[in-house]
Design a protein around this ligand. Sequence first.
Ligand SMILES: [Zn+2]
Length: 428
Amino acid sequence: MELAIRTAMLKLGGRLLEGLLDIDDGHRGPRAGCGSGHDAEFVSYRDKTIDTVVGPVRMRRAWYHCAACRHGLAPRDDELAVTSASLSPGLARMTARAAAAVPFARAAGLLAELAGIQLTVKRIERSAEAAGTMAAAVLAAESAAIRARRVIPAPPPAPVPDMLYIAVDGTGVPMVPAATRDRAGKAEDGRARTREVKMACLFTQTTTDDDGFPVRDPGSATYLATFDPAEPFGQLVSAEARRRGSEHIRQLVMLGDGAVWIWNLADELFPAATQIVDLYHAREHVHELANLAARLLAGHRDDWLAERLEELDAGDIPALLAAGRDLRFTGSLARERDKALHYFDANAHRMRYRHFRTLGMFIGSGTVEAACKSVIGQRLKLSGMRWNIPGATGIATLRCQEASNRWEQIWQRPHSQTPPANLTAHAS
Ligand SMILES: [Zn+2]
């Protein structure tokens, strides 16, 4: 009975909405601006059906034609933000929410069950990806405005956090062949099957617990993800850091694994930031070194490993390096040892773990690694999935915005389904 009543109410709501839309027939005089600086001539009234949260709704509105651009338009569509869409803004928003959370086919089921709305899987995919691509384009434009200081973000509300962390990582997303063409990969045929999405997690920290361990400020994490190379990624990160108050916060900390591009980015964008290599990655490298030396050390391996891990925790990299160089290898093993030691040599100043602990800093990049799994992995890396770059960018952006508690901001802009003329989609 309740479901039957809901169906009837949706129908009733649809008629009500049609009645409200009929109040304005969209006639803006004999001529109306075409959007490219010309006058478009009134032609006639035309019908358009849009799907809304109360089901399909038909509206009749004035149709114009621009002779110079040779295309037709309805000013009313633009005002209602339904120009290039057949979903109303309200339904586009619901669709994006469902499709950001679960695969498109399941999103179709959710919308039918929870909202009583029937949409094909393809329309859900198209609408959600378009909303996400648009959100990414708007984000890129806002970031450019912040970097150019055309937009100055408000300082963080008092009490201003003590430290701002920028944790960076990357993870591979499975792609359709066209998205990885001409890219080298690890597969047997040398072709790439995935594209790397770069992720940043920014969060603040003000206090430590009773044992002196840092405590992340609750609700302070915001997330960014892009398939773009390091440089445009860095521009997004630097704008986000300013948005988060980097110019007001005492201490910046950059966290990452050993990847060189992360530290190049840190040097360039945040020269004042303390750089820290994730302790757990560093520990793995110590384990690898011990495995390499397993035969040489024989029964002493475990003791040797324990001593090196202790040196690492203390941030005593010179001692660790000295012990590593004492391993008497020859030939290819010696080269492998030198390669392994280079990691510690190059990152020594980013591994002063005891010192960082004394300062009450986080020394692990777990937040961004967890985000790679939860924000990206659990939606974009499910079994059988193959993405293209715009689609994956769209869904990743929606999920980042949601995880950052910025879902509202995607929808607050008027005409959010129509790209501003000066913006090209962020993804290419
Ligand atoms: Zn025109």
